[in-house]
Write a protein that binds this ligand. Structure first.
Ligand code: FES
Ligand SMILES: [Fe+2]
Length: 426
């Protein structure tokens, strides 16, 4: 009877979420419940975070053989390792004995992965090396750690928990790997890492990230090096002087993109945002001000360049399902999010410098990190008020600007497509 009640409430919940997804109106936000309901959060974990390629870290998280990095994804966890042959592998962070979590979230250096419960020990290839007191007839070969699909795209690690990962990761690889080659992210070091828990649904964090409509009023530090109009504006609403400025920037973009492309630097925007499983967008952006880096004075923060990247080659931005990054000639900033509950989201930021760069000699840490630390804090406040609004009685899903918020419309469309493709359609 209890079982039957569960089934009924599960199917009622499924029907409710499906009807909310079907109710989304093009050009508008999602219905409130998709940002607030615990069962919608569970559905997002199940469909988006367990069946798509999501950004989980960097090769720089496991720079040497024996390095281990465990990442929680909802209630699941994966363990990323670099094995003795320098191959990056990932496994479900679940012991093959009675299922205990093998290693806590975060980094460690190990010879073998040893479960704290009964000391089963695994090689970094996932093979079971030792299982005490299981008897002579016990076949260790049958109890390998369960592998997780993982790909390094230019040093950024994407994992998919599903046994049937979307094949269009190849498109991300094809477009992005050559664009990241100059930055040689594999040979970088994490100079600083920050975790913040934002008080909002992960989709509101993404929506906030996919527009710069809010930048001018909220991000004084970022706007020194960032053209707030990069992601769109309505020319009709500009004053004559603003219109001249926008036209000049558009000309500059056209000329600069042509010049970069002619120099062999892929720069034009690529959008793989709707009608796909693995969504992404990339473009080489012009850095405002002195043009070098996202720092308080827009000059390079680090004296050692990344790889073979050259000053004056802008900022290669990359958005994915749960991540956004900026690769510049002197450093890179990579942000990932993980949903914690319907109204809480972890945002993890890593600042990468050349692996030989020395703090205090080649860069000043505060100069390197201050712009995005400030920006993330400002964004967290915006996400909080957005969440407060969507959970209020008076909320109606508002319209996106077709000029400045096209990417949000695309994201909501992608979300509806993906949820529908996995059984939450009408
Ligand atoms: S649960 Fe890991 S050794 Fe028993
Ligand atoms: Fe922002």
């Amino acid at each position: 009877m209890l079982h039957q009640l569960h089934d009924l409430s599960d199917s009622a919940s499924h029907a409710t979420i499906a009807s909310l997804i079907a109710a989304r109106e093009a050009g508008h936000m999602l219905p409130a419940g998709l940002y607030t309901r615990p069962d919608a959060f569970e559905a997002d974990l199940d469909i988006i975070f367990h069946r798509h390629w999501i950004c989980v870290g960097l090769e720089a998280d496991v720079p040497e053989a024996g390095d281990v990095y465990a990442v929680d994804i909802g209630r699941s966890s994966i363990v990323i390792v670099r094995d003795e042959d320098e191959t990056v592998r990932a496994f479900h962070n679940v012991c093959s004995h009675r299922g205990a979590r093998l290693v806590p979230a975060g980094r460690a250096i190990v010879g073998k992965l040893v479960c704290p419960y009964h000391q089963w020990a695994y090689e970094l290839t996932g093979e079971l090396f030792n299982a005490p007191h299981m008897g002579q007839e016990f076949n260790r070969g049958l109890h390998h750690l369960k592998p997780v699909a993982i790909r390094s795209i230019g040093g950024i690690l994407y994992a998919c928990l599903s046994d049937d990962p979307p094949e269009d990761i190849e498109e991300l690889d094809r477009v992005v790997t050559p664009r990241l080659a100059d930055y040689d992210l594999v040979n970088t070091r994490i100079a600083y890492e920050s975790d913040i828990v934002e008080s909002g649904n992960w989709k509101l964090v993404i929506e906030n990230n996919r527009e710069c409509y809010h930048c001018e009023a909220n991000h004084p530090e970022l706007c020194v090096s960032f053209h707030a109009s990069d992601f769109g504006f309505d020319p009709e609403e500009l004053s004559p002087s603003e219109r001249d400025e926008a036209a000049a920037l558009a000309d500059l973009y056209r000329d600069q993109t042509e010049a970069w492309e002619a120099a062999g630097l892929a720069s034009a925007a690529v959008e793989h945002t709707v009608g796909v499983a693995t969504n992404f967008r990339t473009q080489r952006l012009i850095i405002a001000g002195s043009g070098e880096s996202q720092t308080p004075d827009s000059l390079a923060a680090c004296a050692l360049p990344l790889g073979t990247a050259k000053k004056g080659t802008g900022d290669t931005h990359l958005w994915g399902i749960n991540s956004w990054s900026h690769m510049m000639a002197d450093h890179a900033v990579v942000m990932t999010l993980m949903p914690l509950s319907a109204d809480r989201t972890l945002v993890r930021t890593k600042w990468l410098v050349h692996k030989d760069a020395v703090e205090g000699v080649d860069y000043d840490l505060e100069n390197l990190t201050s712009v995005w630390l400030a920006t993330n804090k400002q964004d967290a406040d915006l996400v909080r008020i957005a969440q407060e609004g969507v959970q209020s009685a008076g909320f109606r899903p508002g319209p996106y600007s077709r000029f400045t918020e096209k990417q949000l419309d695309d994201f909501a469309t992608w979300y509806v497509e993906r949820m529908s493709a996995h059984g939450y359609g009408r």
